[in-house]
Design a protein around this ligand. Structure first.
Ligand SMILES: Cc1cc2nc3c(=O)[nH]c(=O)nc-3n(C[C@H](O)[C@H](O)[C@H](O)COP(=O)(O)OP(=O)(O)OC[C@H]3O[C@@H](n4cnc5c(N)ncnc54)[C@H](O)[C@@H]3O)c2cc1C
Length: 360
């Protein structure tokens, strides 16, 4: 039996950030993950993720602004480059672009609306058929590197980190929770479950979760036709979804391009890793349509899991000693350290933001 102030199940970006902030705040922390460090079975692995302030919702703009400050703190503590502000652009369905511009304006975040011609001159790798919103704080987060840095920083603040230690069962006894693994039991008044695609299995019967769809997503990388083109991170807005396609430049690999929330539903323990040729052909067609600056033949393919709510908002809330932290829906990485801090506050008794509350 190991007692701790706070125990975190899951060392992806959300769990690692929670452990970092909690240990940094002086708590006795244990961080557990079922797989080895750096595994590629969940949602936080690989090269890069889009960072942006640019959201139509004020709460996400504010959370991203906090995250930017905290990513810099993690960089200071670890000496790593984790967030690079290469600039970001939004285009496509104009009401979505306009709502995003309005939210940036309301938050005092720098941005400018470019005509399609001016945008094409500035970003010659793209084909635009309407106005383009440019925001300089957009860019890229380094994914696996950031998770490793957060985990290392948590350990540097005293957190006990155990990989290949699956939590097999969670039990609630009064105001405490017990996380049972094959070898140990961890007892705490603050159990954070940040288990990504596995959260529904782990919390079944313990926390009334909303519907969570786990899908297998498959972005690909394309080689630029020439060096020196400017590649901001990009979001293509759509009328029937938060966005339809997204992408960014990954140095050394190419331009990453993906479709949002189109993958097949899977169980995280019964999913494949082989690329789906039909999905690959679809992404290549998007590259041909919107990225004249790349060769529309994939040079690399990733597979990765989304855990999506019906309203695309996160679930961060507490039931007794258990705090659920499901911050994904395909857009959770960028907020890492800010979400981590929020999760620690909620586990400590603070009310969750209404947008993230259970039963909203
Ligand atoms: C293709 C793709 C593109 C994306 N693009 C972006 C982007 O551009 N920008 C952005 O901000 N976000 C993006 N995201 C979303 C982002 O990557 C996720 O929201 C984020 O990584 C979720 O992290 P997590 O910590 O919740 O989950 P995970 O990283 O999956 O971590 C959960 C962890 O829990 C562990 N676990 C599970 N069960 C147990 C157990 N029983 N015991 C112990 N440990 C357990 C797992 O091993 C895993 O390590 C993208 C996601 C995908 C898939």
């Amino acid at each position: 039996m190991r007692r701790a102030d706070l125990v975190v199940v899951g060392a992806g970006v959300n769990g690692a950030a929670t452990a970092w902030w909690a240990a940094r705040s002086g708590l006795d922390v244990v961080l557990l993950d079922r797989f080895e460090a750096g595994h590629e079975r969940g949602s936080s692995h690989g090269g890069v993720r889009i960072f942006r302030f640019a959201y139509p919702q004020a709460e996400y703009v504010a959370l991203a602004q906090q995250a930017r400050r905290l990513w810099r703190l993690v960089e200071e503590e670890t000496g790593e480059t984790l967030l690079e502000e290469t600039g970001g652009i939004d285009f496509g369905w104009q009401p979505g672009v306009a709502a995003t511009a309005a939210a940036l304006a309301a938050a005092g975040a720098p941005h400018e609306l470019l005509g399609p011609q001016e945008a094409a001159e500035r970003f010659a790798g793209f084909a635009f058929d309407g106005p383009v919103l440019f925001h300089p704080n957009g860019g890229r987060s380094w994914a696996a590197r950031s998770v490793a840095a957060l985990t290392r920083a948590a350990a540097a603040h005293g957190a006990e980190v155990r990989f290949e230690e699956p939590v097999e069962r969670i039990e609630v006894r009064g105001d405490e929770a017990l996380a049972h693994t094959a070898t140990d039991t961890f007892r705490t008044g603050r159990l954070v479950v940040a288990a990504g695609a596995w959260v529904a299995d782990l919390l079944a019967g313990l926390v009334p979760l909303p519907r969570l769809r786990v899908t297998l997503e498959q972005p690909a990388h394309f080689r630029p036709l020439e060096d020196g083109l400017r590649w901001p991170s990009f979001i293509e807005h759509a009328a029937d979804a938060a966005f339809s396609t997204y992408g960014l430049f990954e140095p050394g690999v190419g331009v990453k391009l993906g479709e949002h929330q189109v993958g097949p539903e899977v169980h995280p323990d019964r999913r494949g890793f082989e690329p789906d040729p039909v999905a690959l052909a679809r992404v290549s067609a998007h590259a041909r349509r919107m990225l004249p600056g790349v060769e529309p033949i994939p040079v690399a393919v990733d597979t990765c899991l989304y855990t999506t709510t019906d309203d695309d908002d996160f679930v961060i809330d507490r039931v007794g000693p258990i705090t659920v932290a499901s911050a994904c829906s395909g857009h959770g990485f960028k907020f890492g350290p800010a979400t981590g801090r929020l999760i620690v506050e909620v586990a400590g008794g603070a009310p969750p933001p209404p947008r993230f509350a259970l039963g909203r």
